[in-house]
Design a protein around this ligand. Structure first.
Ligand code: GDP
Length: 198
């Protein structure tokens, strides 16, 4: 699935602009600055496909990327949880994304990105609840694993597995990644490739 170069399809500010629900979609979600753009670039092997930024909260559009000429669409959801007025932004994000999650029949899975340094934040918990409510299967993906010591990482994974075991919509095991060190990228690619059209 990742052998051919991924291409940018379009960015939408409103859900009405989304293309018809023909191709299976996998969406990437996470707090601002979690490393989502870096991960999408690592997955697709295309630096600059998703714009990385040190300006948290900049991307407000939903960006769609084509994989393998229509076999799967990777959906980059706006980062959440960073703002001077977090509540308002989170509410806006929640509304837009919840509408997307509820209304998108071709959404196969959400990858929920969690910074391995910070673990689950309250807002991540809220998104997990939202995904559970919408019955969207989700995969937790830990990012920036290179910045965390092995022992701390193992403990975080164990704690997360305990939490995920209580959530029906959650896949049981987090995938540990580092875009910088190319760790876990093949594993995540394989997990996503399973959801593509043949
Ligand atoms: P986004 O806002 O979620 O799209 O996050 P970015 O991909 O722009 O990354 C935010 C910051 O984290 C940038 O300074 C990246 O260089 C850094 N970063 C992203 N992934 C990694 C990683 O795997 N390891 C390390 N050490 N830093 C990372």
């Amino acid at each position: 699935l990742f052998a051919q170069p991924a291409t940018f399809l379009l960015g939408v500010a409103r859900l009405g602009q989304l293309p018809p629900a023909m191709v299976p979609e996998v969406a990437m979600a996470g707090r601002s600055n979690v490393g989502k753009s870096s991960l999408i670039n690592a997955l697709t092997g295309r630096n600059g496909l998703a714009r990385t930024s040190n300006t948290p909260g900049r991307t407000q559009e939903i960006n769609l990327f084509d994989l393998a000429g229509g076999r799967l669409t990777l959906v980059d959801l706006p980062g959440y949880g960073y703002a001077k007025a977090p509540k308002e932004v989170v509410e806006r994000w929640t509304r837009a994304v919840f509408d997307y999650l509820r209304g998108r029949p071709n959404l196969m899975r959400v990858c929920l990105l969690i910074d391995a340094r910070h673990g689950l934040k309250k807002v991540d918990e809220e998104v997990m609840d939202l995904l559970a409510k919408a019955a969207v299967p989700f995969q937790v993906v830990l990012t920036k694993a290179d910045l965390v010591r092995g022992g701390d990482l193992s403990k975080l994974v164990r704690d997360l597995e305990g939490r995920l075991a209580r959530t029906a919509a959650a896949l049981p095991h987090p995938i540990v990644t580092s875009s910088r060190q190319q760790q876990g990228i093949d594993l995540l690619r394989a997990a996503i490739a399973k959801l593509a059209r043949p």
